[in-house]
Design a protein around this ligand. Structure first.
Ligand code: C2E
Ligand code: CA
Ligand code: CA
Ligand code: CA
Length: 276
């Protein structure tokens, strides 16, 4: 895949078609990527649906590889998960996200994605405690994001890790809700702070079938009665934003309100607001 074209077309290759050879090359480069400072965090705003004020930022990891160029997380996170490199990478993400959040106004939270391998690592809770105590970030300002896939492998270990995180005062969001494995049983047992409704439900919401809208409405109603909040993901247009707001979602995230940006650009949003 790496020829005179600099392997640029790799970026557009679907994950499933990444050859074993290509994955091996990615893995080799991924080892040592942290030490070589090739990883960076970007931050995407999450806004309150009614006021449109920023309430949080989601930390999204970026990898600039000298060999492969920019590699999207959709491509390298699965490789990092298979090789357990996600454990040190995820630890770095967590720590860095807490450090950046400390510079924001106190009411702004930070959302950090956590892979199943990372959550199931015996050191995970200690890592969270250390990131909070060493940076001084208040636990309530951290919300970790997990997908339903955490319950597929070792559900009881996953559940107990999440309970420990919640006991620290951190929030736990259920990411990509509605895609794949259904976890209504775990929603009953675990007090998630937020349910993130996947973009597949949001996309073209104003043209969606009555059934899709009924599903969003039902998820919002369920979340409200369980004292959880909802975030609609991937809102790209004003039409989607208005419909999502009308359906009662609490928070909105998507290109319409802001793309992932550098930590310094995120910080600038607050200094500009202060000057007005
Ligand atoms: P995710 O957690 O569901 O993150 C949301 C993804 O949707 C991000 O892609 C974001 O840039 C993108 N997005 C946001 N708004 C819009 C929109 O309006 N339209 C569209 N089409 N997309 C939007 P990104 O940054 O490429 O990340 C992809 C996935 O990689 C994430 O999905 C998450 O599963 C994973 N990921 C990213 N950073 C981390 C990390 O630090 N740790 C772990 N474990 N996974 C990560
Ligand atoms: Ca996420
Ligand atoms: Ca998501
Ligand atoms: Ca996702």
């Amino acid at each position: 895949a790496k020829d005179g074209g600099g392997g640029r077309h790799c970026q557009f290759e679907p994950i499933l078609h990444a050859s074993a050879e290509e994955r091996r090359k990615l893995e080799l480069s991924l080892r040592g990527a942290l030490e070589r400072h090739e990883m960076e965090l970007q931050f995407q705003p999450v806004v309150d649906a009614k006021s449109e004020n920023i309430v949080s930022f989601e930390a999204l990891v970026r990898w600039h590889s000298p060999e492969h160029g920019f590699v999207s997380p959709a491509k390298f996170i699965p490789v990092a998960e298979d090789t357990r490199l996600i454990v040190p990478i995820g630890r770095w993400v967590l720590r860095k996200a807490c450090e950046e959040a400390l510079a924001w106004p106190e009411h702004i939270k930070v959302n950090v994605n956590v892979s199943p391998e990372q959550l199931l690592d015996p050191d995970f809770t200690d890592d969270v405690v250390r990131s909070l105590s060493e940076t001084g970030l208040h636990p309530q300002r951290l919300e970790i994001e997990v997908t339903e896939s955490i319950f597929l492998r070792d559900a009881s270990v996953a559940r107990s890790a999440l309970e420990q995180i919640m006991a620290l005062g951190c929030g736990v969001a259920l990411d990509d809700f509605g895609t794949g494995y259904s976890s209504l049983g775990y929603i009953r047992k675990l007090r998630f702070s937020t349910i993130k409704i996947d973009r597949t439900f949001v996309k073209g919401a104003e043209q969606q079938s009555a059934e899709s809208l009924a599903i969003i409405r039902a998820v919002v109603a369920m979340a409200q009665s369980l004292d959880m909040t909802t975030t609609a993901e991937g809102v790209e247009t004003i039409e989607e934003a208005e419909l999502i707001r009308a359906l009662g979602c609490d928070k909105i995230q998507g290109y319409y309100f802001g793309r992932p940006m550098s930590a310094s650009d995120a910080l600038k949003l607050f200094s500009q607001a202060d000057r007005q």
